[in-house]
Every structure is written in C-alpha cells, then in structure tokens.
Design a protein. Structure first.
Length: 433
C-alpha cells in the first residue's frame, strides 16, 4: 500500500471503552491539509488573543468585563458548535471513538504520525506572544496613566473628595483627612485646590466646566450639598423674585455653571440666556432670572414655577397679581400663534412630559399640534375626542392651573368656563362683581 496516497485505520475492542479506532498513517495530501488548517487556527487564535485583550482592556465596568469575556469564550467554541450541528452522526461517532495520535519509532528514528504535539506548542507560543504584545501596546501605557493619576491625586497625602450637584452643576470638594486649622477650608486654600481645578478640567465634561470648586470644611457637609434637592437650595437662600444674573461677578461659579448648561460661554445676562428658560433642566437659570423666565407672569408660558424647578417661592404672589390685567375673553387662533407664552409653553409641555419614552413624546406632540392648529377650540367637546390617551392630560388639569401643567385658562378663559366657575388659573376679571 502507498501510504503517501491513503490513510489507514485499525480497529480494536477495549474493555470498558467499546470499539476504538486508531489512526495508523496519514497520506501526504491529508498531512498538508492538516498543516494548513493548523496554521489557520494559529492565526485565528493569535488575532483573537490580541483583539480580545485590547477589547477587555478598554472595558471599564465589571459587569461588561464578565459579559465580554463570555462572548470571547463563545467565539473560541464556534468551530466545536458547528461540528456538532453540521457534521453527520457517522462522522461524529468516528471522531469520538478515535484514539489519541501516537509517536512511533522506525529503525531508530521517530516518525510522527501527526503534528499534534508541535501544533499545540506553536499555538501556545503564539498565544503567549499575542498576549505579551497586546499587553505592551495597551496595558503598559494604561498602567503608566494610572500610576501618574494615583500620584497626582493621592501622592503627598492629597486626600479629598469631589461631588457634583446634578441640578446646579456646581462642583463641591472637601478634605477627607483630619482638619488642619492653618489650612482649613474655606479660610485658607490648601495645596489640594490646584489639583482639584486640574482634575475637573481633564474629565471631558463629566464634572462640568466650572473649574472653581466650592470648598467645604467637612466631608459630610459636602456630601449633603451634592445630594440636596434644588428646591431646598432655593428655599434656603430665600431668593427675591428679581433677576440678579447681571450683578454676578465675571468668573462666578454660578455664572459659569449657567453658561455651561446653556452651551453659551459668552452670555452674561438673563436676556442673552432667555431661550434656555424653557428647558426644564435649567433650574439654576430660572432661580437667577425668574422675571425674564416668566416665573412671575401667568401668561409667560412658564408652568414649572415650583421651587424644585428653580422659581423662587416669592414669585408666586407676583404671578397671581398678573392675573388681574387679562380680559375674560379667549385669544383668537392668530393671537395665540403670535403669543410667545403659548408657543413656548406647549413646546415645554412636550419636552417635559414626553421625556420618559418615545411613545409619550409622540402623544404629547400630537396634543400640542392639536392646540396649535385649533387654539382654544381644542377644549371643545368635538375636539377633546381627538386627544391622544394621556393620563395627565385632561381639560380640568389644563384649565385649573395644576402643578407642572400649562395654564390654558389664562389664554382661553371662555373655553375653560371661567365665567361660570371661580378657578385658580382664571383671569380675575372673569368673576368680578
């Protein structure tokens, strides 16, 4: 028999193992095929090792590392899964009954029937080289960055904590070591402050853009201030109902935070930042520009007038006073479309109430479009049937000046039956005399 062209098998019966098959020889063609397949497997394993290490190295969260590791494990087992699914049952049975390959000696020389041994050695070597290469390319620079960051933050007992109030975007910091009366914040400026400024400036906006932190004497006070609701902050300061942004000094922390939230680093007055008033996230702007933002005007379209949204509580009385002037007649459709409070108010209703899901946003947009196209007529019995199904949207809520709802009654007092019932949001002229 010409062993260069054919492969031979021998069959044996082993106790406890059933019938076993031993590969006696390999043809030249099949040997070449095995070598080619082995080279491909080595390349795949090498590329997978390099890209996998880089992928895992760039993963930050622990949960993501576990999931990514499981994904890489699945990739390495794809060939086995394909064999189990696609290979015929006869081939699978033959593979399971095949004995491990052996080395035999012929006339004092070793003849290797299969390159299995050196295959595994090459694969292990290439894998080790791939891991080492990826480590040098990725882990090395990353380790250097971590070491430099550790020295910068923690070297020389520079121990401090940083927090950001998500409503105001102000950065608070405090020491975590025992206090030193000679450098206690805010009476002095200890050596940590320059490092805090530098750290804020290199976080890519994660800590805002206000590089001047608010220095707190105690860590507990800093933590409490970071987690304090904005309504509590407004109530504590007892803000007057007047604009004060223009009186803030250049470089003020408050001004910088407002500019950062508005995306306008050059604006310094309330009028220049007016468009940001109807962004429900601009609480700090409304607390410093309550008059410009409409906290004191019932027809401004500003319906987020509670302290938790930035409007000072003292503006509530001014808003009630503004109901004295309007007449008790509905605006025409043309007048409503030309009134900024009507247009801006409905835009804010869509962005505020529709922020939780795309479905809610679409329904609130449909309701806003209906009021923009029909005006006060959208409150009629023939039009309310066209309203999308929304739990918070009802004629009573829109006409009764409910919290976090646009006061439609001040624009449409007749459609809201202000002449028949005395309601909080109605013009005072509707029930005089």
């Amino acid at each position: 028999r010409d062993n260069n062209r054919t492969s031979t098998f021998s069959s044996t019966e082993q106790e406890g193992f059933g019938k076993r098959v031993t590969l006696a020889s390999l043809s030249t063609a099949r040997s070449v095929f095995v070598v080619c397949v082995t080279i491909c497997r080595i390349l795949v394993a090498l590329l997978l090792a390099i890209t996998g290490c880089i992928w895992l190295g760039k993963t930050v969260e622990l949960e993501a590392i576990v999931l990514n590791g499981a994904a890489l494990s699945f990739v390495t087992e794809v060939d086995e899964l394909c064999f189990k699914v696609l290979a015929p049952s006869v081939s699978q049975a033959l593979q399971q009954s095949l004995d491990p390959l052996e080395e035999k000696c012929y006339h004092g020389r070793r003849r290797v029937l299969s390159p299995t041994a050196w295959m595994h050695g090459c694969i292990a070597g290439f894998l080790f080289a791939g891991i080492l290469l990826s480590g040098l390319c990725l882990a090395g620079p990353l380790q250097q960055r971590l070491n430099s960051l550790s020295v910068a933050i923690c070297g020389g007992n520079l121990d401090f904590a940083i927090g950001v109030n998500q409503d105001s975007q102000l950065v608070y910091t405090a020491e975590t070591w025992a206090f030193d009366s000679t450098v206690m914040w805010p009476n002095g400026e200890p050596r940590e402050v320059p490092m805090v400024r530098s750290l804020i400036g290199t976080t890519g906006g994660e800590l805002g853009s206000v590089r001047e932190p608010v220095l707190m004497e105690r860590f507990d006070d800093m933590k409490q201030r970071v987690n304090t609701p904005f309504g509590t902050i407004v109530a504590e300061h007892d803000f007057e109902c007047d604009d004060r942004l223009g009186s803030l000094p250049s470089g003020s922390r408050t001004l910088l935070a407002i500019q950062y939230l508005a995306g306008n680093v050059s604006a310094a007055t309330c009028s220049e930042l007016f468009t940001g008033c109807f962004d429900h996230r601009q609480k700090l702007l409304r607390s410093n520009c309550p008059v410009t933002c409409g906290c004191s005007d019932a027809r401004s379209g500003m319906f987020l007038t509670d302290a938790e949204f930035g409007c000072p509580p003292l503006c509530a009385s001014a808003s009630i006073e503004s109901l004295q002037a309007p007449s008790c007649s509905d605006f025409s459709l043309e007048e409503l479309r030309a009134t900024h409070g009507w247009v801006a108010g409905w835009k804010m209703m869509v962005s505020f109430h529709g922020r939780f899901s795309q479905s809610d946003h679409q329904k609130w947009q449909q309701l806003a479009d209906l009021f923009m196209s029909e005006g006060c007529g959208a409150l009629g019995s023939n039009s309310t049937s066209k309203w999308p199904r929304l739990a918070k949207a009802s004629k009573d809520r829109l006409c009764r000046s409910q919290s976090s709802m646009l006061n439609v009654a001040v624009f449409c007092p007749e459609a809201c039956a202000c002449t028949e019932f005395s309601q909080a949001g109605c013009p005072k002229s509707c029930h005089m005399g």
